[in-house]
Design a protein around this ligand. Structure first.
Ligand SMILES: *Cc1c(COP(=O)(O)O)cnc(C)c1O
Length: 260
């Protein structure tokens, strides 16, 4: 084993241990929590290393960067998450390159994703068909052409964040709008609290995301929005205690990112 991949193996065991401890403190099973390895700025080779030690979910925050890397990762049966802001003009490309968009934050983007997914399912440009066919070959599956695109709505938890996320007040109307799109399947919410050295300070933000979800459930149905994507390298234990079902971990798995 190369030193790079044994380092990644060690990092993964440490993260899994932290997940186990946090889950048992919260009286939850560790298997209820999906680990998403956030691979932005890291190479396709590093993604492959983590895949080979069992990680099956990866998150990227830029369409362009992921497009370049995925070309080197054919054959991996993983779920690729878009966790960054999706610009309107990248919506169609994002639909072709990702299995789930976790950062949906406007009705306009929902409409674009819905339309793009419809095109993807039905006619399909040449490039779409190529990618889709090779994916099916790689995965040994026939991907249903009527499948909906999984989406999460990103809620703005950090008042200082200007680029992405819907405000708490605008969440309910956006949920209603997204539920009407036939080619989208809304699974839950994602949120990023402000950064605190003391992770405990992030707790009220995680709790708020869960409470916003619970308020929507009270109105629209108890099975709605089962997924809460919250918690990063330095604060995921607190997020798990507050009900996270997916955590997004970069640094603790891959090491520090270079400045980009
Ligand atoms: C980069 C990023 C992460 C991972 O952050 P780490 O602190 O490296 O674990 C998680 N979520 C989002 C939205 C990110 O952009």
């Amino acid at each position: 084993m190369s030193s790079e991949s044994s380092e990644v193996t060690d990092n993964l065991s440490r993260v899994r241990e932290r997940i186990d401890h946090a889950a048992s403190r919260a009286g939850r099973g560790a298997e209820e929590i999906t680990l998403i390895a956030v691979s932005k700025t890291h190479s396709a080779a590093q993604i492959r290393n983590l895949y080979h030690v069992g990680v099956r979910h990866f998150g990227e925050n830029r369409v362009q960067e992921w497009e370049a890397k995925r070309a080197h990762l054919s054959g991996l049966d993983a779920v690729w998450h878009m966790i960054g802001h999706v610009q309107s003009n990248k919506a169609a490309k994002a639909v072709r390159l990702f299995d789930t968009i976790d950062s949906l934050d406007s009705a306009d983007l929902a409409e674009r994703l819905d339309r793009a997914r419809k095109d993807f399912n039905t006619e399909g440009s040449e490039i779409t068909e190529d990618i889709e066919k090779s994916r099916e070959r790689e995965k040994g599956i026939e991907r249903s052409k009527t499948a909906r695109l999984r989406v999460l709505i990103e809620v703005k938890l950090d008042p200082g964040e200007t680029k992405s996320g819907v405000s708490g007040e605008d969440l309910a109307p956006l949920v209603k709008a997204v539920l009407r799109f036939p080619h989208l399947e809304l699974h839950g919410l994602m949120g990023v609290p402000p950064y605190f050295d003391d992770a405990e300070k992030a707790r009220p933000y995680f709790r708020r995301l869960r409470e916003l979800r619970d308020a929507i459930r009270a109105e629209a149905g108890n099975n709605l929005l089962p997924v809460l994507s919250m918690g990063m390298s330095h604060d995921f234990e607190v997020a798990i205690e507050e009900g996270a079902t997916e955590i997004r971990v970069g640094t603790a798995l891959f090491g520090e990112r270079g400045k980009v």
